[in-house]
Write a protein that binds this ligand. Structure first.
Ligand code: GLC
Ligand code: MG
Length: 692
């Protein structure tokens, strides 16, 4: 069945490109998101029609196309404008008064059609309210994208809630509650901000990275960028080390200057360019901006960096684009040394220009670099670490080239076409309302598998693994991963893995069940592991252990405290510390640099046993596959354990155990090989026992 998809947005001047972004306050980024999304959907064979729905208005000074009820964009993509009876352009705050009329007019319009759309994508909470009314009237389900959430904004502004803010948050809460699925862009949004509204929302939240629009630039952008920095520099042709950040303390710019200034090699071979916001006039004394600039200039003085550092006071969007390009062309780097970076869009922008990066390991960059593999992560509090990373890439041309190539190639996967593929997988599961993956009645066996590098890594291996489960309905599948639920879901979707009956997430500290597409937290398991767990006391006890750096805030879960560390010995130190404080917990070291602290009764192994019991599968019929440190307890606890061929050294000790099968093949094919091999062995044993 081909789907007809509608996207609704009420605000801004929504029309086909060219869009004049900024022509009204609300004509912003969401419009390029909607156009990118809907264009890519329209190009798919499984989409019959992509239709954007927005308000109709007729106002002198704004494009007359906004008064057209129908704008055809391409064969399958069109914009429908609904006349609410008020043809004025309405800014965000005035829109709510018009909403009831808009919704009524839209429902009337839809009622007149021969065929209704299959699903609606609502952008912002006001459109979600309209979509909810349409659903009540006509039964069309909707998915919701928030774009930006009020709760977080309020928190950032000191938590002050005005009446308007409270209304906004209430409306967002209704949108989150009513949507069949919620789509977000970043991990922080999906795993921290959305669940802050309703914890259960995580069960229907999906992360899809929006497409990155290829950089469009004026012909003179490169020249303009050069002209911007040349007045500062003795030799403007040297490779550019570029940093772009708002002038706030947490961006850590003075340390970057220290790192640059203390390296003879970097001073000699490169220029440093720092764009720290706009300085139209001197910042008010005592302001954060004034302090940051003071520190920055003091660092430049300290290292006598005159002629080697450029810090233009203003810049246009075009010049910024030009600077990225200049940095890439000159063989330079982009550097983000922030003490904490929530997402890190600049790193993606750098990638789209083929520019390698050095970036903080605190926050979003961790995920971005894992995906794009276009640079090195650094500990932002260490000048030496920042310096060494920059030197390493600048000294090694082949490394630089590899990162530059990865950047350009991998950023392409963050395309609107990839987005549309993921969107369709979610839309289908809603429209076709596929029932539960596995019902206990016909399940006899359970395969529990880690995801990263056990099932991912090879597309055809993943497909073979998935194929097995479509043939064998008596086999239930469960994932057991260190990742969060949202990330696990993204990987299962993007790698085409079988639909799990149960999801063991966050290193076996959370279990979710598939309830017809929505995932539901297992409260009983949570209750079981909660005993004796005191996350706050644990965080406190580990605060000052040297070399132990907390992972991003969204990695800290109710029953999981996660850290990064370069030294495996730290694990012993953490165990000692917890014991000294009388805090029972399980400490798991994996991937050579990750350390998780979990409740004593949690872990992949415990969760696997719990899931098997709930499905009524005997322990002897449970299979478990893995590849690294956080799989160890699960592989130890399983009679039919499998190490994929590409398993890491940290689990080498398991190889000789009688319950462990070491696959010849790697990744998904290796996991499947293990399941089949264990099955054969079991059958032989059974036959021998019964003498047949
Ligand atoms: C995943 C999690 C991380 C954890 C690691 C090891 O990468 O995201 O928090 O430390 O697995 O278990
Ligand atoms: Mg793994």
């Amino acid at each position: 069945m081909r789907l007809h998809i509608v996207s609704i947005a009420l605000g801004g001047c929504l029309k086909a490109e060219p869009v004049r972004y900024g022509i009204t306050e609300d004509t912003g980024g969401h419009i390029s998101y909607i156009l990118g999304e809907m264009q890519a959907l329209a190009e798919r064979a499984d989409v019959s029609r992509a239709e954007i729905v927005t308000r109709l208005f007729d106002v002198p000074g704004l494009d007359p196309v906004h008064a057209l009820a129908h704008e055809r964009v391409t064969e399958k993509l069109s914009i429908t404008r609904i006349d609410s009876g008020n043809r004025a352009y309405l800014a965000k705050d005035a829109l709510s008064a018009d909403r009831a009329a808009f919704a009524a007019a839209l429902i009337a319009e839809l009622r007149g059609r021969a065929r209704l759309p299959d699903i609606i994508h609502a952008h912002f909470a006001d459109a979600a309210d309209v979509a909810a009314q349409v659903e009540r009237a006509l039964g069309i389900p909707f998915v919701y994208t928030a774009h930006s959430l009020g709760k977080d904004k309020a928190a950032a502004l000191g938590g002050e809630h005005t009446a308007g803010h409270r209304a906004r948050i209430a409306e967002e809460t209704r949108a989150i509650a009513g949507a069949s699925a919620i789509i977000g862009s970043s991990r922080d949004e999906c795993e921290r901000q959305i669940p802050a509204y309703r914890a259960a929302a995580i069960g229907k939240t999906h992360r899809i990275a929006p497409g990155v629009c290829p950089p469009v630039q004026s012909a003179t952008a490169l020249e303009d960028a050069r002209a911007l920095i040349a007045p500062f520099l003795r030799d403007p042709d040297k490779p550019v080390l570029l940093a772009i950040a708002r002038p706030v303390h947490k961006k850590n710019l003075a340390r970057l200057v220290d790192a640059f200034g203390s390296s003879a090699m970097l001073r000699e071979r490169c220029n440093l360019v720092v764009l720290a916001g706009l300085r139209d006039e001197a910042p008010p004394p005592g302001s954060e901006q004034a302090e940051v600039l003071h520190d920055l200039f003091a660092a430049i003085d300290r290292h006598d960096l005159y002629g080697r550092v450029a810090y233009p006071k203003s810049h246009t969007r075009d010049e910024v684009g030009g600077l990225y390009r200049l940095a890439a062309q000159s063989g330079g780097l982009f550097v983000n040394p922030a003490l904490m970076e929530p997402y890190g869009l600049t790193l993606i922008e750098a990638a789209s220009h083929g520019l390698p990066v050095v970036a903080t390991k605190v926050g979003g960059p961790l995920d971005i670099l894992a995906e794009l593999e276009h640079g090195v992560l650094i500990e932002p509090t260490s000048v030496a670490d920042i310096r060494t990373a920059m030197e390493r890439i600048m000294q090694d041309r082949s490394l630089w080239t590899r990162y530059a190539r990865n950047a350009a190639a991998n950023v392409r996967s963050m395309s609107w076409a990839a987005y549309a593929g993921a969107f369709m997988a979610i839309a289908r599961s809603i429209v076709e309302a596929t029932p539960q993956a596995a019902t206990a009645s016909h399940v006899r066996h359970l395969v529990v598998s880690d995801i990263d590098n056990t099932l991912t890594g090879c597309t055809s291996g993943a497909a073979r693994f998935a194929g097995f489960f479509t043939r064998r309905r008596d086999f239930a599948f469960a994932v057991a991963t260190g990742r969060s639920l949202v990330e696990a879901r993204r990987l299962v979707r993007d790698w085409g893995l079988p639909r799990p009956a149960a999801w063991i997430a966050s290193v076996g500290s959370e279990i979710y069940w598939d309830r017809g597409g929505s995932l539901e937290l297992d409260a009983l398991f949570a209750e079981t592991i909660a005993q004796g767990w005191d996350a706050e006391a644990i965080t406190h006890a580990c605060e000052d252990i040297p070399g132990l750096v907390p992972q991003a805030i969204y990695e800290q879960r109710r029953f999981k405290r996660s850290y990064l560390t370069e030294t495996p010995q730290v694990a012993a130190l953490v165990r000692e510390r917890l014991a000294a404080h009388g805090l029972p917990a399980r400490v798991i070291f994996s991937h050579g640099n990750m350390l998780d602290i979990l409740p004593l009764r949690a872990g992949k192994g415990a969760a696997m046993c719990f899931v098997a019991d709930m499905l009524g599968v005997a322990r002897s019929d449970v299979f478990a596959a893995g590849d690294s440190g956080n799989d160890e307890d699960m592989l130890s606890a399983c009679d039919n354990a499998i190490l994929v061929g590409n398993h890491s050294e940290e689990v080498a000790a398991l190889r000789d155990r009688p319950n462990v099968y070491v696959a010849r093949r790697s990744f998904g094919a290796g996991a499947l090989e293990g399941v089949l091999s264990h099955r054969r062995t079991r059958r032989k044993l059974a036959n021998a026992r019964f003498g047949s």
